[in-house]
Structure formats: C-alpha cells, structure tokens
Design a protein around this ligand. Structure first.
Ligand code: FUB
Length: 335
C-alpha cells in the first residue's frame, strides 16, 4: 500500500503544483481536538498552514521538505476559526497567491488570499476576504494556454454551499436555515453546482463577470446531475486541470466517498460527468489534486492511515494517474 508522503504532522486536502521544477504541496494541517465529531465538520479545527515541497514522488520520499508554518489564524483579521483546504497559484507578476477558506467572525465561510514572493511563502494575508467569495475549498487554475486564472470553490453541509440558493450569482443571499448537513433532495431537485470565478490580473479579486455556476451534466440525459444522485453530484474538493484541449474538473462526492471527474472544452463548462478516479479510502473525507510532473500525471489525495482511521487526522498520499486512449482517467489498485 502507498505510504504517506508526510508523516511529521497530520496533513490533508493536498493541492499540488510544479513551481521552478519542484512539486509544492499546499495541504490542510489537521490537529487533535476535543470538539465532538459531527456532520457539520466542527472537528476539522485547523489553525495554520505548512507548505511542503519535493523533487521526487516515489517512495521513500527522502526529499520532502517541510517549509514550516506559512500562515496562522491569528495572522488574518477577518478569520475566527477553521483554516480548511487551501490552494496556491503564481500570478502574472511572478508572485505566489495562497487561497484559503475560513469562518469569519459571524461563522460564515469566506475565501481569503495571502501573497508571497516564493512558492514556500511566507504569505501576507489581505485584511478582508475576497469580495463576493463564500463557502470552501478554493482551487486555483491558471490556463496554460491563455494564462487566464480562475478560482473554483464550494462545498456542501459544513461547507455551507447549500446556504446560497436564493438570489442570483451576482447577489447571493446567505440563508442560515440551510446550515449543517443538509442539501436539496427529491425526484425533481437538481444538484447544487460548484462555483467558478475568473480572477482579475491582480489575482486578489474576481473579475467583473463575478461568480458563475459550474454546470455538471449527466452524459445519458444531457441534463444536470440530479440532487439525489449522490454517486455523482458535486459535494466538495474542486480541482481543475487541463490535458491537451480538455479541461478536467474533479471533485469529491462526499457522503458516497468517491473522487470523480467531468470534462469540457471550456474552463467554465458546461462539464459532462466522466467517471471515478478513486474509490473510498480510510476516513470520511476524500480530497485531491492532479498535476503533471516530469512527463507523468499524479493524483495527490489523503486518507487516515497514519491515525489508524481517525476522520479528522489525515495523511497526504500520492499515486500515478493514467489516461486511456479516449482521455478517460483512472488509477490502478493500490497494492
Ligand atoms: O479539511 C476540511 C475539509 O474536509 C475540506 O475543506 C474538505 O474538502 C474535506 O476534505
């Protein structure tokens, strides 16, 4: 079985990128807590971020470097708690932008940005969250062909995406009555879509087009995936990558514990569901990233092997990802 990539601390939600010929990993930093487990995710009570890097993705991972703490709760004026899954991107100015979700002083998840001169930080946060941002799991994507940058985000239940069902994307209203482990259901209900916003060239705010839905269609009907289709509907853990002229949007199905993907010829969709890339792992959550390094594709993800199954004490792993002749992604059994 693939060993954990990082064993010095508990890590999760790995966002991997290649900068300067080296793989940089931006994970959540899990920690022990006395908070009772619940389906709102209160036990995921993280308070800082470390950055890791490596030049090799093959065990025994002797080159993995922990660059130390790069951002803490107390560094960010608007944050009250829960530094959840982050990501990072390099902007057109050559600087590095760390995107992170956290609860604000009212307990509402927003997305912040912090800026650094090096991929390993340190990062200086903006004093306010990104205007118009909400929910969790920001995934940044810089299109390798156009140079355009996007932020994908959203997460159900504890991630609060279901609290934004009224109003338009330009003027979404938070409805606290939807807080907690709930989501639309029923024969006619469509799944809630993840969100995408193009970043302006400064990388610290959304461009004028603002937030849009990222539509995921069922291939057999051409209609949006149904809310009750928990094997395929978006739950959390957005990730975007491009191979050739195909955009791959991958995500977690949450309570069914799969990592799945959908494809499009546009970074903003619509996307068509394509299949599974990872079966359930040890632990409730599953969350990942996909990156090309030295001519091979890699799936970073986490499970709970290091803590022997404690859901909120996770460990990052990496395994090779393959494509068949039709561009369908798959991983091989982990033996
Ligand atoms: O790490 C906290 C949350 O757990 C993330 O935001 C979700 O994607 C899940 O992995």
């Amino acid at each position: 079985m693939t060993p954990p990539l990082i064993t010095s601390i508990y890590t999760a939600d790995p966002s991997a990128h290649v900068f300067n010929g080296r793989v940089y990993i931006y994970p959540s930093h899990d920690r022990e807590t006395d908070i009772a487990f619940n389906d709102n995710g209160d036990q995921y009570d993280m308070a800082d971020y470390h950055v890791f890097s490596t030049s090799s993705l093959e065990p025994p991972y002797t080159d993995v470097v922990d660059h130390g703490v790069v951002l803490r709760t107390e560094d960010v004026p608007w944050v009250s708690k829960q530094l959840w899954a982050p990501d990072a991107a390099q902007g057109p100015d050559g600087r590095f932008y760390l995107y992170f979700p956290a609860r604000d002083r009212e307990g509402v998840f927003r997305i912040g940005v912090a800026v650094g001169d090096k991929p390993e930080g340190p990062f200086v946060p903006d004093p306010e969250p990104i205007p118009g941002s909400f929910s969790i799991d920001p995934a940044s994507f810089v299109d390798p062909d156009s140079g355009d940058a996007y932020l994908y985000f959203g997460g159900l239940w504890g991630g609060q995406l279901q609290c934004y069902q009224s109003g338009t994307n330009a003027d979404l209203k938070f409805d606290g009555a939807w807080s907690g482990p709930q989501e639309p259901k029923g024969a006619d209900a469509k799944a809630l879509f993840p969100k995408v916003a193009k970043l302006d060239r400064g990388m610290r705010k959304f461009d004028a087009a603002g937030v849009q839905d990222l539509v995921i269609l069922a291939p057999e009907t051409g209609e949006p995936v149904a809310a009750d289709d928990h094997d395929r509907r978006f739950f959390e853990a957005a990730w975007m990558h491009k191979r050739g002229d195909t955009y791959y949007f991958s995500y977690s199905t949450g309570d069914t514990h799969y990592l799945v993907y959908a494809t499009s010829k546009s970074p903003t969709g619509p996307f068509t569901y394509g299949g599974r890339i990872l079966e359930p792992v040890l632990g409730w959550t599953t969350h990942h990233s996909i990156v090309e390094f030295q001519g091979r594709w890699w799936l970073f993800h986490h499970d709970c092997e290091l803590s022997k199954g404690v859901n909120h004490l996770r460990c990052v792993k990496v395994r090779e990802l393959f494509y068949d002749d039709e561009g369908k992604m798959f991983t091989k059994p982990d033996e």
